[in-house]
Design a protein around this ligand. Sequence first.
Ligand code: GDP
Ligand code: GDP
Length: 438
Amino acid sequence: MSKPIVAIVGRPNVGKSTLFNALAGDKISIVKDTPGVTRDRIYAECTWLDHHFTLIDTGGIEPDSKDVILSQMREQAQIAIDTADVIIFLVDVRQGLVDADAKVADMLRRSKKPVLLAVNKVDSFQKFMADTYEFYNLGIGDPVPVSAASMLGLGDMLDELVKYFPKDSEDGAEDERPRIAIVGKPNVGKSSIINKLVGENRVIVSDIAGTTRDAVDTDIVWDGREYVMIDTAGLRRKSKIKEELERYSIIRTVSAVERADVVLVVIDAEAGVTDQDTKIAGIAHERGKGVVLVVNKWDAIEKDDKTIYRFTEKIREQFAYMSYAEIVFVSAKTGLRLGKLFETVDMVIQNQNHRVATGVLNEIMTEAVAMKQPPSDKGKRLKLYYITQVSVKPPTFVIFVNDKELMHFSYTRYIENQIRNAFGFKGTCLRFIIRERK
Ligand code: GDP
Ligand code: GDP
């Protein structure tokens, strides 16, 4: 199930960062930036009641001259339009309504994306409520008063926000086609792969009502089966500032990955694996999506009979945290193994949806425990009572034990390996929830 993406847009100093922090609490995912640059906050997982969503920060605006602010605001709004399901447009009751707000509001209105207009710094309803009505003039709906700094009105704002979220049930019924995201740093060959696939297949032009985001989806038929390709390369953004480009590319990746069933992480065989590749793959891993590592430009590599083996070893080392991922060596240029790519995607989707019967799981666990004694601490030994699979996409298991503290990471890993030995589960991570039962 994909989580909605929410972006905050607004002028400098209206309180975007403050709101971000207030909503994200301490669960902010920090994406490690280039060495030397401070760790940057780009997105966070948030929960309101039983709704989960990903909040993205479209980036700061350097308050330079007035026209720079407006052009940067447009840029920021465009990123939000491209990537978010719902946009929070934040204004400042103390600055009042300014021209740049109206221009950005126009842009948001034309995008047809759901927009929630939040008026910040309403620290006292008595004192500032009347001033919020001015923002009706923006023509993007009812202003919702909040105070990010004093956490006022946030509950009401979130109630409004979740009304805009797509309904899960509709999601499933609408479209059963596998959704494949193609991600990777610039120039690894994402567009070339899509173009090659499109060239070799009749493409059905997407008839899903045109939001900007759907425009970058490509429908593909391979071997009689339909797929939706979600491309992060399609929209390119120019910026002289490297950090900004990277932020944008991460936001696009998070958004594409969130909507996908399987993620193809494209790596350039010529350039080798870099930190940025592992960071991008980490986004798919974190979200529990199916993952295939696609080594592209395989045509450009000089090969002997051990080259693939050496490459595989190296990639396994660099992506040690996702040893479950399949690796496929392809060439967008020659079309080498693009068919294998689809076979792999089909297999990964099956594995993501695979359910193992509780009886069988418990047999495996009992046997595993008999073969390798569970850890103990200060005379107390871990006991594993029961295991059951509670969900799919990714397959998630609950293990009931006597004492959570004793369930060491390495022992969970051992149980995971036993399950994988029996069922494979290639291409998908497995999640384990440890519960105590006295
Ligand atoms: P951004 O540039 O939009 O990210 O704005 P910041 O979050 O950095 O906030 C700008 C300034 O407004 C900071 O000094 C905040 O402390 C202040 N601020 C943020 N939210 C509120 C609020 O609800 N009430 C008041 N009075 N000040 C706020
Ligand atoms: P993107 O930024 O990830 O979408 O990368 P592009 O698809 O634009 O490709 C970047 C460059 O790599 C272009 O010059 C392509 O011609 C080249 N390229 C892409 N795929 C292959 C491949 O399979 N083999 C070779 N030799 N070059 C490739």
